[in-house]
Design a protein. Structure first.
Length: 454
């Protein structure tokens, strides 16, 4: 196992050749005098920036397992950098003809991953991230059910409550079960009040990777007639993975029946920030986006992405990078992309098993995706929480970077009394790099060493 950290520079030669190909498409233009570039000044500043950027956690390394930070694939970095020489804007078509076409193709491939293969039967586009994508989904939901409430689980991302406030929609957080999934009895109690217009199903919570019981939520939709939105910002790509537990597999198999879906290619999709996406099963919701802008739609009668998005200027480079990545690594079950996700999941299962068989820690429920949570063994919740914070710091000294999470004590089979606090500070790892599978042993070794030091 190599411990040498590598930032790929070899592929820059590929970028140079691709830029020469790109420039060849503009040879018919008359020459002009570009603003001069002071290479010496560029190098001075860039090397200075490089020094400043060293003040970061090593997000690219397998020993970084803290937050949802996954290095972009080389093809995404190169395609994004090449597109930046043109700097297209995927709003009005004349701002990015090629990149707009690439976005539509890339989004269609994501929709097909969820079972939506007819381009005329859905509406979708990229966004700057999951927050904006969820805002659009809830904005449409609010237009379809004015005055109705939005509900999501207490483990759902905080963006739903925040976005609902921005949209002036009532919001309620629903209790969760012992596995971090939306509690169906608690949800139905709220549904019986008749005030719910939209239920958000989280397909991979931020804290634990829990997957809400989508099949049961679809049955409740039939009974109570609400709109069902799938927040698959983190977990959406796991629809391609065959090794999920039965409950999660059952949920992902039916995600295409939701009314809207959000996914973040800048998480598991190997993209740079920011690249999110939103999909609507009913393409007629595009009517809510209608506007009249005489200065942006003069070049074509074709559909512009700006006519179906709330954002205005958006980086066309994000679409170029995503399209290129999906050409290299198609979104198909059994393919190389899916195998990489499966490696991350195996890593999470392996770490959970090591924690379970050891003596120092109390793991939470088995991971549904690739996120693992565990508490520190202690005589009380307060002591365990303090110990977890100390282990977190000790692990960082040894170059193992984890995360802390405040979770319900009910998520853990605690050998000590849980009466002193309703929540516990625990340790959390996001094993989203395929390389993590080979590093589980080293992660476990450092973790135990840090615990022994505490």
């Amino acid at each position: 196992m190599s411990t040498k950290a590598q930032l790929d520079a070899d592929s820059l030669a590929v970028l140079r050749r691709a830029l020469e190909k790109l420039e060849g498409g503009f040879q018919q233009l008359p020459a002009f005098e570009a603003a001069p570039i002071d290479a010496g000044a560029l190098e001075t500043i860039l090397t200075g920036v490089a020094t400043r950027l060293r003040d970061n956690y090593p997000y690219f390394h397998p020993l970084y397992a803290g937050q949802m930070l996954k290095p972009p694939h080389a093809i995404a970095r190169l395609a994004y950098a090449m597109a930046m020489y043109i700097n297209p804007n995927n709003h009005a078509l004349d701002g990015g003809r090629a990149s707009s076409a690439l976005e539509k193709e890339a989004v269609a491939e994501i929709a097909a991953m969820f079972g939506w293969r007819d381009a005329a039967s859905f509406l979708g586009h990229l966004t700057s991230g999951g927050t904006m994508a969820n805002l659009e989904a809830l904005w449409v939901a609010g237009r379809l059910a004015p005055g109705k409430k939005v509900v999501a689980s207490k483990q759902a991302h905080y963006t739903h409550g925040r976005v609902s406030a921005v949209l002036q929609l009532d919001f309620e957080a629903i209790e969760v079960d012992r596995h971090g999934r939306m509690d169906l009895d608690a949800l139905e109690t709220t549904l019986k009040q008749g005030s719910v217009g939209t239920v958000v199903a989280t397909m991979g919570t931020t804290a634990t990777g829990s997957v809400d019981p989508l099949a049961e939520l679809l049955a409740l939709r039939e009974k109570y007639k609400f709109r069902l939105h799938a927040d698959a910002a983190y977990g959406g790509y796991f629809v391609l993975v065959d090794s999920l537990r039965a409950e999660a597999r059952r949920a992902f198999d039916r995600i295409g029946e939701c009314d809207s879906i959000v996914i973040d290619p800048h998480k598991h999709g190997l993209q740079p920030y920011g690249c999110g996406g939103v999909l609507f099963r009913d393409p007629t919701v595009g009517r809510f986006y209608k506007h009249d802008s005489p200065y942006t739609y003069f070049s074509s009668g074709d559909l512009h992405l700006g006519e179906i998005t709330l954002e205005c200027s958006r980086a066309g480079a994000a679409a170029v990078a995503l399209w290129a990545t999906q050409k290299l690594l198609p979104l198909e079950r059994g393919g190389e992309f899916a195998k990489r996700l499966a490696k991350s999941r195996r890593a999470a299962l392996a770490l959970h098993e090591r924690l379970r068989s050891g003596q120092r820690f109390v793991p939470g429920f088995p991971p549904e995706l690739d996120i693992v949570v565990w508490s520190a063994g202690a005589k009380s919740v307060a002591e365990s929480s303090a110990k977890a914070r100390s282990i977190f710091a000790e692990a960082a000294k040894r170059n193992l970077h984890l995360a802390l999470a405040e979770l319900p004590t009910s998520f853990f089979e605690l050998p000590h009394s849980a009466a002193d606090q309703p929540t516990i500070t625990c340790l959390r790892s996001v094993l989203m790099k395929p390389e993590h599978e080979e590093w589980v042993g080293e992660i476990d070794r450092i973790l135990n060493e840090a615990a022994a030091a505490v």
